[in-house]
Design a protein. Structure first.
Length: 388
């Protein structure tokens, strides 16, 4: 473990310990909207608090020693900490505090969320000097998501407020999740199909460079909400004048304006990465191909495109993760998605309902980003012979 990595890991371990001792791990509220009483880890977990403290101190000692051979033990210990935390959260409680109100709700507190910051710092610092840092971190977080998923489907956490919000909206939740994924995926797919040809045109024709990039950059710099407002006006006028557009569901609100705006935002990273990928190819390689008798079409399909594809896919990766976040604003114009749940939670001042919309966003962005990253690494290794 490098010196800088050791400092990060030790700081993360200290954050975990301080979260257990000084921050509220939960909040008990009379109902879903009113403020409640903060509950410490000791009150919440009882004797389990001392076991979690011991494991956190073990993490601190292991990170302080800085030995590479301790990294696997650190990972397993962190997973055990999260597993035990979720396990203790699901216990029925006989403390009078938890029986004050018939409709009382237990929400996850600041300490629970801050502990994830400490865990991320420990993992980042422990693998900082390793060439496979990204892979190890992805594997760790996939294991972490698996543990959380097991606890969720087991019903062990059904008493938490966020789970009660889920059960109250389980029918609409999966529909909104599907709409969110559809908007994100298809807008990026269209941006991919349009953006790559534009990037190639800009690369080959220098005269078009300034005009096309200027238009794309303008679309990127306009705030998302403002761009939604700009798009809604012409779509409203078109739908009023065209029965065909109106009949197929295109109007100033709903799916159409959100889809158009997300596609515009997806163009920027795809176009720029396509240009960057083509520019990075050594001119001597192109000259060699020409000397071997290859024409421009063969050079493009056999040399330029394969070599630039990892960079282009990097643009798709950026566009996809960006689109998952931006799609939340579709809820403001009737486009559906998880944004409708988030804004409903904001309107009702229900923090757990907001979390019900936000947490799946984070998980989706992480999983999709990991999948695309893995595919890029695999493509480099198998087809280009580049080891990560």
């Amino acid at each position: 473990m490098s010196a800088s990595g050791k400092k990060i890991a030790v700081s993360g371990a200290l954050i975990i310990i301080l979260s257990l001792f000084f921050l509220h791990f939960a909040e008990y509220r009379p109902n879903r909207v009113l403020s409640g009483t903060g509950v410490s880890a000791l009150e919440l977990f009882g004797n389990g608090f001392y076991l979690l403290t011991f494991l956190s101190l073990l993490i601190l000692v292991l990170t302080y020693t800085g030995h590479q051979k301790h990294r696997l033990i650190i990972c397993f210990t962190l997973l055990i900490i999260i597993g035990l935390t979720l396990y203790y959260f699901g216990f029925p409680r006989d403390n009078k505090l938890f029986n004050l109100y018939p409709n009382g709700r237990l929400s996850l507190g600041m300490g629970f969320w801050i502990i994830f910051l400490g865990i991320d710092m420990v993992i980042s610092g422990s693998f900082k000097s390793d060439k496979k840092n990204l892979i190890y971190r992805r594997l760790f977080y996939l294991s972490l998501f698996f543990i959380i998923f097991v606890f969720l489907i087991s019903g062990h956490l059904n008493n938490l407020s966020i789970m009660k919000e889920f059960f109250n909206r389980s029918n609409s939740f999966f529909g909104q999740l599907n709409r969110h994924l559809s908007l994100s995926f298809f807008s990026v797919a269209l941006g991919f199909m349009i953006g790559i040809p534009i990037g190639i045109m800009v690369f080959k024709d220098k005269k078009m460079n300034s005009i096309l990039l200027f238009l794309i950059n303008i679309g990127q710099t306009i705030p998302t909400l403002s761009l939604l407002g700009i798009i809604m006006l012409p779509l409203t006028l078109l739908s009023q004048r065209s029965e065909i557009l109106k009949n197929i569901g295109i109007s100033g609100v709903g799916f159409a304006p959100a889809f158009i705006v997300l596609t515009i935002y997806a163009l920027f990273p795809v176009v720029h990465n396509t240009i960057a990928g083509l520019k990075m190819i050594d001119s001597d390689l192109i000259d060699t191909a020409v000397s071997l008798g290859m024409n421009s079409t063969q050079i493009f399909w056999k040399i330029q495109l394969p070599l630039s594809l990892p960079i282009i896919l990097g643009g798709v990766r950026i566009a996809m993760t960006q689109s998952i976040g931006n799609t939340i604003l579709a809820g403001l114009v009737g486009g559906g998605g998880l944004g409708s749940i988030v804004f409903l939670g904001l309107a009702q001042a229900a923090p757990d309902l907001i979390l019900l919309g936000v947490i799946p966003l984070i998980i989706m962005a992480f999983i999709i980003d990991s999948m695309i990253s893995f595919f890029i690494v695999l493509f480099k290794k198998k087809f280009l012979g580049i080891a990560e």
